[in-house]
Design a protein around this ligand. Sequence first.
Ligand SMILES: Cc1cc2nc3c(=O)[nH]c(=O)nc-3n(C[C@H](O)[C@H](O)[C@H](O)COP(=O)(O)O)c2cc1C
Length: 250
Amino acid sequence: MSSNSESIGKTLGVVTALCLVCAIFVSFASVQLRPFQDENKAKDIQRNILAAAGFSDVKDVKAVFEQNIEARVINFKTGEFTNTDPKSFDFEKTKFDQKRSIKLDKATDTAGILRMTEESPVYIAKGKNGGIDSIILPIQGYGLWGVMYGFISLEADTTTVKSINFYKHNETPGLGGEIQNKAWVATWSGKQLPIDIVKGTAGSDAHKVDGLSGATLTSKGVDHTVKFWTSENAFGPFLAKVRQGALNNG
Ligand SMILES: Cc1cc2nc3c(=O)[nH]c(=O)nc-3n(C[C@H](O)[C@H](O)[C@H](O)COP(=O)(O)O)c2cc1C
C-alpha cells in the first residue's frame, strides 16, 4: 500500500516537474521569438504597401521599401503630418487603444469598424525628382464575416486609383475571398473616386467597379470601406492637402 502511494507521489512529482520544464521552455521560446515575429509582421506589411504601390515580387523588401516609400503619420481632422513615429502603429490594435482612438457613432461608421484612430500612417511612393508617384492609405472595413484589412493606392492627383490590396480578411475562399483575386484587383486600376461597386458589369465607367459574383455582401463591404476612408471623416482632409501641394511642406 505504502509503495503504491509512493509511486503515485513520484509519478505526480515527475509530471509536475515535466510540466514546469515545458512551461519554462515555451515561455522562453515565445519571448525569444517575439522580435522575429514582429520583424516578419512588419516586413509583411511593407510587402503589401509595396504591392499597392506597384512593386511586385520584391526580394529585399526592407531595402526596396526604404528606398522608395516615405512613411508618415497624419492627423485625420487636420490632414496635416504629425511627429508620431509610423512604426508605433499596429493597424489592427491601435484602434482599441482608448487614448489614441475614438468611438464612431452609427451614422458615421459606414465601414463597420466601431472605432478609429485619431492619427494614421500614410505611405508616399516617391516618383522621379522626389515627387509623388502614389499615396498608399491603410483601410479597413467589415465584409461578411469580419474586418478586412488592406491598402488603397492613389495617383498623385488623389482621385485615380492605382491599386487596392486586401492582405487580411475572413471572407470565404472562392466567394468574398476573391477580393484578393489579381484579375479583380486589376479592374480597379485607373478608376476614379468616388467609386460604386456594382452588381453586373461596370464596363468602362470610370466611377464603377464590378461586384464579385456570389459575394455581394463582401463587395458591399469593400464599397463602404473605400467610401469611408476617402471621405471627409477619414483621409479626405489629408487628400485635399496633397492636392494643394501642402505635402512639400511636410
Ligand atoms: C458557406 C457560405 C459562405 C459564403 N461566403 C460569402 C462571402 O464570403 N461573401 C459574400 O458576399 N457572400 C458569401 N456567401 C453568400 C451570401 O450569403 C449571399 O448569398 C451572397 O453574398 C449574395 O451574393 P450574390 O447576390 O452575388 O449571389 C456565402 C454563402 C455561404 C452559404
